[in-house]
Each structure stands twice: as structure tokens, then as C-alpha cells.
Ligand binder design. Sequence first.
Ligand SMILES: O=C(CO)[C@@H](O)[C@H](O)COP(=O)(O)O
Ligand SMILES: [Fe+2]
Length: 222
Amino acid sequence: MKFKLAPSLLAADFWNLEKAILPAVEAGADVLHIDVMDGHFVPNLTMGPIVPKALAGKTDAILDVHLMVTNPENFITDFAKAGAHWISFHVEAATHAHRVSQQIRDAGCKPGIAINPGTPIAHLEAMIDHVDFVLLMSVNPGFGGQKFIEATYQRLAQLNALIEKSDNTPFIQVDGGVGVANIGRLYQAGVRCAVAGSSVFGKGDPGQAVRELLAEVEKHDA
Ligand SMILES: O=C(CO)[C@@H](O)[C@H](O)COP(=O)(O)O
Ligand SMILES: [Fe+2]
């Protein structure tokens, strides 16, 4: 699969969302990452379905909804109707993870399973065959702008090994603290979609930031 960069809207200027998003997409970002937080699973509140609904039809980018909520099953239909293409939910938050992934697929979206830095990779074992991607958190979920956790590289090796021995090949998305300093190494470690919030929208020019991040990936493409 071709590498995809997913700017996280959480770091964008909400006064000027269109001006933030358009240059990032024009510069080659294929995915827009929408962080949904409920103030319960994580100690922060962010966006509901009105956000993908506002973007749907305005851009060709994939709308990628990252649910950091308890009871994810309650939100799938609304986000799918709002135009989400990918929906990920946390293995820590889903009592019936298998049912939730099926619900996402039935709603016409690609299901992804997300995992916190403190949860053993082995907890994904029963779900690998039932998702299209794994979202490996490289910070503790809840906030943008945090420092990348270095143990993510070891966890990536464990995740690759788990995927290798399964019948399915979900792609790996990494989320949190990604920037020019680590995106190349993450690509080499098997990541095919990197979420980038502050490193895209935290500087003056999102288009330039996207070009720099993609150039790093290109450099590491052996
Ligand atoms: O899901 C989350 C945080 O919970 C992420 O998507 C962050 O929003 C990424 O932001 P940066 O770490 O790249 O600033
Ligand atoms: Fe996220």
C-alpha cells in the first residue's frame, strides 16, 4: 500500500479550517484524521459527526475518524452517515470489539482497532483478522502535541510479527508525536499511514510541512 499521511485536525486553526486543510491535501496528504474524544475514555472533549459532515464532498481526502470514546457502538451510524470512510475504536473501550468492527463494515466504512501505549500488543490477537488497519498510539490518547514514546518501535516489531502469523494483513497507522525526525524510521518499520497534528498544523504553512514529511518518507523508501 502507498504511504498515506493523515494530518490531524485537532491541531488545525478552527477559525480557518478550510485554509488549513486545503494546502495540506494539495501537498499530498491523502487522509484527514478526526479525533473524537468523549471526556470519559480520555480526559478531553473534541468533535462530533458535524465535523466529517462539513468536510464530506468538499475534499477527496479519506475521512478517518478516531473514536476515543467508551461505548463506540453508539457512534458508528452517525459518523458513517456523516461521511466517514475509516472508523477506528479502542480495544480498551470495546466490550464487544468483534461486533463493533462488523458494525463499522456494515455501515460501509473500513474498521480499525486502536491500542494505547500501555496495552500489550497480544490483546489485538483476536481482532487482527477482523479489521482493515491497526492504529498504534505512540502517545497516550487525549491531547495533541505530546512527545513520541520511543517504545513504539519495539511495539511495531511485535505488531508486525502478529500480523505476519495471521491470515489478514491490516495496515499499520501510527498516531502521536510524529514529525520529520521519526516519520522515515516509522515508514521503514512498516507504518503505512502516519497521523501528524502539530507537525502539520503547528507551523505557518501546512502545505510545506506535508511536503517535508512526505520527502522524509521518500528518502527512506529503499
Ligand atoms: O489521537 C490523538 C491524540 O489523542 C492524535 O491524533 C493527536 O491529535 C496527534 O497530534 P500530534 O501528536 O501529531 O500533535
Ligand atoms: Fe488520533
